[in-house]
Design a protein around this ligand. Structure first.
Ligand SMILES: Nc1ncnc2c1ncn2[C@@H]1O[C@H](COP(=O)(O)OP(=O)(O)OP(=O)(O)O)[C@@H](O)[C@H]1O
Length: 444
């Protein structure tokens, strides 16, 4: 049996690894959650021993990621002594078992042997892991409309080349899905696919997140850490919402792409990386490059190949098929969609695109009484159908929206989290709306 140990505490890690090796198990060790995930993808262990408290990707998050990649893999969570609450939480979150510190090695061995007995199906685990490792499979991408077919055929053609790809499309159109498809169809489908959401990382942590850091590089850097660029070595680095990358990082990314080398924060030497970069954006990056809001040379680097994802309202013929797909995925029992309901679904405009449709189906399923979705199960804005008073009214509303957005943003010095909170919308919706109205932080 292969066992993965994830613990940031070197002593504990080595103690466990040494003990388990002596018992004849194949052991690999990781010092943090990200590394653990990479190892998990590569080696398909049947069991992971995870320290609940780790910096970076926490034990909880790692648990979820592992179970998402292979539901059959077992996870034993190591919790601090006396933290009954934590133990309950991790079990609820899907851990198979937990052990309190200090670890009783005899007890650990018993648990492992029990798992081994349960896992006569050990071979199946490896097989499932292999199919799941790279995320959603290509056939899960729905779209027979001509525009989606065109997009998919471009994606297939660019997959083989080593060049950077820029995927453009509104929020929720499936950019990440296409990025995974390109990775899977590329020359190294088994290598890691590592995602970075450029809008979600605080500016001061960006460089270390992307390129890693050496021990002591800054206050709090109490150990060496590899960045996502390095973790994606040989595979694909997916830079989501690349338009949000701060200017300094834009230069550093450009250098990394040009020289195929990176530099950890506080590091003395360069590290060669043969990582393919796929970037995605819901903003008009070309326009941003033209106005100087995004480095033009970086734009050209990223945009060597480009894939365009059409908004859902431009390919309404895909809607029924997507509805069927999400019903199959989320309905607990066979469920149909009434004619009138489907009609409303096809006519809705979906500013949040496929993700919005997915959420609508999920939500409707929880509201529906019978096995047929009715119009009353749909959210208000879908049920009302397309607005008749477009034109003048729409223009006024748009103008009002734009004004409210820019006022809210200016009040909080363009901190998007705070502006979204003031407006009572999610950050994602805020960014979408900023894109729609071409709102950008003014340069000082
Ligand atoms: N063609 C499709 N077939 C099936 N599912 C899809 C399709 N397109 C998108 N989805 C689903 O819709 C959701 C959103 O897709 P994804 O995260 O890839 O969008 P995105 O463009 O990367 O969004 P964002 O810009 O907000 O990051 C996901 O759950 C994805 O699985």
């Amino acid at each position: 049996m292969k066992i993965l140990i994830a613990d940031d505490e070197p002593m504990q890690r080595e103690l466990l690894a040494g003990f388990l090796l002596k018992q004849g198990y194949a052991v690999s060790t990781a010092a943090d959650g990200e590394e653990a995930l990479v190892l998990f993808q590569r080696e398909h262990p049947q069991l992971a021993l995870i320290d609940h408290r780790m910096p970076g990707l926490m034990g909880d998050a790692l648990l979820v990621e592992i179970k998402a990649r292979n539901p059959l893999a077992r996870v034993i969570m190591i919790t601090a002594y006396g933290e009954v609450g934590t133990a309950v939480t991790v079990m609820k979150a899907g851990a198979d078992d937990f052990l309190e510190k200090p670890i009783d090695l005899t007890q650990l061995l018993e648990k492992i042997q029990q798992i081994e007995q349960d896992l006569d199906i050990a071979d199946d685990v490896a097989e499932v892991a292999e199919t799941l490792a790279a995320g959603p499979l290509p056939m899960e991408i729905i779209g027979s409309s001509p525009s989606m077919q065109e997009t998919l055929s471009v994606a297939r053609r660019v997959a083989d080349s080593p060049w950077s790809v820029l995927i453009q499309g509104e929020t929720g159109t499936g950019k990440e899905l296409i990025a995974r498809l390109i990775h899977l169809l590329g020359p190294t489908p088994d290598a890691p696919f590592v995602e970075v959401n450029c809008a979600a990382i605080p500016e001061n942590l960006f460089e270390s997140e992307l390129f890693g850091h050496e021990k002591g590089a800054f206050t709090g850097a109490d150990r060496q850490r590899r960045g996502r660029f390095e973790l994606a070595r040989g595979g694909t680095l997916f830079l989501d919402e690349v338009g949000e990358l701060p200017p300094l990082l834009q230069s550093k990314l450009l250098r990394a792409l040009q020289e195929k080398r990176i530099h950890r924060v506080g590091g003395e030497r360069d590290i060669a990386v043969d990582t393919r970069v796929i970037a995605a954006t819901n903003r008009d990056l070309r326009a941003m490059a033209e106005t100087g809001a995004f480095r033009e040379d970086l734009f050209f680097r990223l945009n060597v190949l480009d894939v365009e994802l059409p908004p859902l309202r431009r390919r309404r013929e895909d809607i029924p098929e997507l509805v069927a797909h999400f019903l199959k995925r989320y309905a607990r029992r066979p469920t149909r969609v009434g004619l009138e309901t489907m009609d409303l679904l096809v006519r809705h405009d979906y500013p949040g695109n496929v993700r919005e449709l997915e959420h609508i189906i999920q939500r409707s399923l929880t509201l529906a009484r019978g096995t047929v979705l009715q119009p009353k199960d749909l959210p208000e804005e879908v049920r009302q159908g397309p607005q008749v008073h477009q034109g003048a009214l729409q223009e006024r509303l748009d103008a009002m929206e734009r004004e409210m957005l820019s006022a809210a943003l200016a009040q909080v010095d363009w901190v998007q989290t705070q502006a979204a909170e003031r407006l009572g919308i999610s950050e994602r919706v805020l960014r979408y709306k900023m894109g729609k109205h071409g709102l950008q932080r003014p340069k000082d």
